[in-house]
Design a protein around this ligand. Structure first.
Ligand SMILES: C[S@@+](CC[C@H](N)C(=O)[O-])C[C@H]1O[C@@H](n2cnc3c(N)ncnc32)[C@H](O)[C@@H]1O
Length: 437
């Protein structure tokens, strides 16, 4: 019934790769590369117009393989290289699907920057310093952090490293952060974009954390892990079963999907659900676990501090897989690719990964309102207020402050945790990490 877009891609790819085999002439290779890019862009243009591309893609996949895991579904919907939600558009702000703390007010990034500067100062400002941000969105948080570091003249021997899968967002980040930037166009180089920030430091873009060179690092992940795929399990009379996604029906040309339970125990069920588990729904993200471990390895071997901020719970959350479109919660299975998919971060898993890795001190989780208050957000708000004369500006500042800290807004649902190497224990005992104690 539906043409298979994946097959179309493969045939164009095969045609071009056949050309590659025929010649090793450099100019011809350049020509071929342009051809490949043009074919890819044509597919992208066509599919960008086709809002149902992902529905058809998933339909074909499920027809061929049977029901897929929620993790597979999330990965395709969010990260599909042609039409994935994160790959093809800017989804932030009022006209987008959701808003994040750094986008609400510069105060948020400023407070985090001051926190990092304070913790970095306690160990004598080791250099060179790599600031790493995972999933930087529009680049607003890194931009606010660099402004504060620059204000304190703390950017000597510092570089910025961004982990981002979206070509569209990496371009937006470059525009917001850099005075100049370029795509490296070198398949063997894990750095796919490079630039110089407005403050004059080097900025690099990668697809994966593990590609960033070792070195003392400040690592920041804000609303990054909630976008990574989860496996979902449901408690039944016959024990836990993995939740899968199947085709439901086709109604007025629209493909509908539905949840089903796996009949047999899946490999992920055996590995991810603990014997003493008791929650009705269990959601686990092995992709996130892998990155938590990479963060631990990095800060134990090269030194550093990591701050993870996200929607989350401490091992008690159950059914949190959801979708957002135009600031409203919608059904994650309707029109895949047109809404953001997310699941709460399980901070207890971060703690466990850190504990199992060893030589790591884990702090948190703590609610955003408590963290921001403890690190002195009121002082910053008051200082800004004193320099304002316009009532509208003051009202706006207060509204932003409330949005970041109110229990019903972002103050309660967002949590923070920090990871530091246990070699810093003596220093931390003398000067506890601010915000967590
Ligand atoms: C919800 S947004 C958060 C953006 C930003 N941190 C903020 O708080 O405004 C998630 C970000 O992570 C990126 N992202 C999602 N999955 C990713 C992955 N697997 N690898 C790298 N980046 C990813 C998205 O493209 C986007 O920039």
């Amino acid at each position: 019934m539906f043409s298979n877009p994946k097959f179309r891609m493969v045939s164009i790819g095969t045609a071009v790769s056949k050309l590659f085999v025929k010649s090793n002439c450099q100019r011809f290779k350049l020509f071929q590369r342009k051809l490949l890019l043009r074919s890819y862009n044509t597919i992208k243009r066509k599919t960008a117009k086709d809002e149902n591309f992902l529905s058809k893609y998933l339909y074909n996949k499920i027809k061929a393989k049977g029901p897929i895991t929620v993790a597979d579904y999330m990965k395709d919907v969010l990260q599909n290289p042609v039409s994935g939600y994160y790959i093809s558009k800017d989804m932030f702000g009022e006209s987008g699907d959701f808003v994040t703390s750094p986008e609400i007010s510069q105060i948020f990034g400023e407070m985090l920057a001051v926190w990092f500067l304070n913790e970095w100062s306690k160990i004598g400002f080791p250099k060179p310093l790599q600031i790493i941000e995972m999933g930087p969105g529009r680049g607003t948080l890194s931009s606010d952090i660099l402004k504060v570091f620059s204000h304190f003249k703390a950017l000597h021997n510092v570089s910025l490293h961004l982990v981002e899968i979206s070509p569209v967002l990496s371009e937006l980040q470059a525009k917001s952060l850099c005075s100049s930037s370029f795509l490296t166009n070198n398949m063997s180089n894990p750095i796919y974009r490079e630039g110089i920030s407005h403050q004059g430091i080097s900025v690099y873009w990668y697809k994966q954390l593990k590609d960033i060179p070792d070195g003392f690092s400040i690592i920041l992940a804000h609303e990054f892990f909630d976008a990574l795929p989860i496996h979902k399990f449901h408690k039944t009379y016959a024990g836990y079963k993995e939740v899968l996604i199947d085709i439901d029906k086709i109604e007025s040309e629209e493909i509908k999907f539905r949840y089903v339970l796996a009949r047999q125990d899946t490999p992920m069920l055996k590995v991810l659900v603990k014997p003493n588990e008791n929650r009705e729904h269990v959601e686990v993200s092995p992709d996130s676990m892998l990155i938590y471990e990479q963060i631990c390895r990095r800060i134990v071997s090269s030194g550093g501090i990591a701050l993870i901020c996200d929607y989350g719970h401490d091992g008690t959350g159950t059914d949190t897989f959801r979708a957002f479109k135009k600031h409203k919660q919608v059904d994650p299975l309707v029109q895949p690719g047109t809404s953001d998919l997310t699941a709460d971060v399980d901070f207890n898993v971060i703690r466990e990964v850190a504990y199992n890795y060893g030589d790591i001190i884990y702090l948190g989780p703590i609610k955003q309102r408590n963290f921001l208050h403890r690190i002195g957000i009121e002082y910053r708000v008051n200082a800004l207020k004193e320099n304002m004369t316009d009532k509208k500006q003051i009202d706006n500042l207060i509204a932003c402050y409330n949005f970041l800290t109110d229990e019903e807004k972002m103050g309660e649902r967002f949590k923070f945790c920090a990871l530091v190497p246990s070699t810093l224990k003596k220093i931390i005992d003398m000067h506890p990490i601010v915000g967590f104690m």
